[in-house]
Design a protein around this ligand. Structure first.
Ligand code: ATP
Ligand code: MG
Length: 422
């Protein structure tokens, strides 16, 4: 017997109703905010991520699944995140020529070679948005508002943390102060962070090791180094969030993993999950489009981990706080006795399905008793029992499974009209 690869998840039918309803909520919210779906490949040339995520990030250095094209031995990677691929597509297809801002969203699987644990898998689902061509802090606020709206509608309690990590102008000064600080406490840092000190010192603030976290506690804060423009941008963002009644905390330790983030970065964290509590992360990436060969087009977006949301929702259901969507039950089960009746049931089921009504009949040649048991198990709302007598008389008794008193004789040629009405 085979087992699924390490770190992957089977999403079984009992859970897919929840996924579908979550995705419906997302699509509706995106539609209402003018975001259109984009579907891009699940793998790209490695360079897309090396340049688009950053060569010094954990994602690129440790977490990519790499494969080689059999033909020309070109290096490719399963997508570890959405932004780089979307930007590649926007550039390649010239979408930046359309009316701006360009607003896109995606839902799909992503792949990272990580140590699997609850809320951290090697294949996981993300919903993400990207908004291109709007410099204003209002654009940041509206993207954050969309994430908040989706989380609330899905039923996740979360807290929003925001920060500004400055821009090309002010970041170097900050980086210098940060390096000086960490250099003075270098011996306390983990091995990865000692390395990060040379390549990507901001990432030390993001390290999950307890010791590094403690050292980072007193590190200089990005917000104290912002230039006038970045300061104004950050203040305007806060005003926008206040205006929209979105609660937030300014958290100076949020720096985000991608190299190309500027100014606004944010994360939503939820108490509903265990250790892996970040359900959504995003930020502004003004240099990314040109980095990937496109025009000088700014952007802001986020990625939301759907796999973590499902964990949170299931935990809430176990605690009796919510009830989750279940698979749809048939509106009618047409039970049959005998060959003729079975044929009739099959035909009628098809008529009803064509009308958009979920109908079921026996496909296992079961006894009437077993059919009734099955109908009950599926949660069918109505049952119609057909035998030779019913066929000859042209009528049968329709039973409401939830109300034993509710029984009525109906004409067989009126079944579909009646079922449609009730
Ligand atoms: P973390 O710090 O938890 O590793 P990250 O910063 O690497 O997160 P992002 O790249 O911001 O994650 O991805 C956005 C969201 O996708 C995360 O907030 C999380 O909800 C989800 N996510 C990321 N990696 C995984 C994974 N391996 N398994 C499940 N969900 C994930
Ligand atoms: Mg990660």
């Amino acid at each position: 017997m085979f087992q699924k690869p390490k770190g992957t998840l089977d999403i079984l039918p009992e859970e897919t109703a929840l996924w579908q309803s979550m995705e419906e909520t997302i699509r509706k919210a995106c539609e209402n905010a003018g975001f259109n779906e984009i579907r891009i490949p699940t793998f790209e040339l490695a360079g897309v991520y090396k340049r688009g995520v950053g060569a010094t990030t954990d994602i690129v250095q440790k977490e990519m699944f790499t494969l080689y094209d059999k033909g020309d031995n070109v290096e490719m990677c399963l997508r570890p995140e959405g932004t780089a691929g979307v930007v590649r597509s926007v550039v390649e297809n010239g979408l930046f020529n359309e009316a701006l801002p360009l607003k896109l969203y995606y839902i799909g699987p992503f792949f990272r070679y990580e140590k699997p644990q609850a809320g951290r898998s090697r294949e996981f689902y993300q919903f993400g948005t990207e908004l291109f061509g709007a410099q204003s802090a209002s654009a940041d606020a509206s993207v954050i508002a969309l994430a908040a709206d989706v989380l609330e509608k899905i039923g996740i309690d979360s807290e929003l943390n925001i920060n500004s990590i400055g821009c090309k102008e002010c970041r170097p000064k900050y980086r210098k102060a940060l390096c000086d600080y960490f250099e003075s406490r270098k011996d306390e840092l983990c091995d990865s962070c000692k390395e990060r000190l040379k390549t990507n010192p901001l990432r030390i603030l993001d390290c999950k090791s307890k010791v590094c976290k403690a050292v980072a506690e007193n590190a200089p804060k990005t917000v104290d180094f912002l230039c006038e423009d970045c300061k104004t941008h950050f203040e305007t963002l806060k005003t926008g969030l206040n205006l929209m009644n979105i609660k937030y905390t300014v958290n100076p330790k949020i720096v985000r993993g991608l190299d190309y983030y500027v100014r606004t970065v944010f994360e939503f964290v939820s108490d509903d999950i265990g250790a892996q509590s970040t359900v959504c992360g995003g930020g502004r990436y003004d240099g990314l489009v040109s980095e990937l060969g496109g025009p000088d087009l700014c952007g802001i977006g986020f990625g939301m981990g759907l796999t973590r949301l499902v964990l949170a929702l299931k935990a809430k259901e176990r605690e009796g706080k919510i009830s989750l969507p279940k698979a749809k039950a048939p509106k009618i089960y047409i039970a049959s006795m005998g060959e003729r009746a079975a044929q009739f049931a099959l035909g009628m089921t098809e008529v009803l399905r064509k009308k958009g009504i979920y109908a079921e009949c026996d496909l296992c040649e079961r006894s009437l008793k077993a059919q009734m048991k099955y109908a009950d198990k599926t949660g069918a709302k109505y049952v119609l029992v057909i035998g030779d007598n019913e066929l000859d008389e042209g009528s049968a008794e329709l039973k409401n499974m939830a109300d034993k008193e509710d029984r009525r004789i109906i004409k067989l040629d009126e079944i579909s009209d009646i079922i449609e009405r009730i």
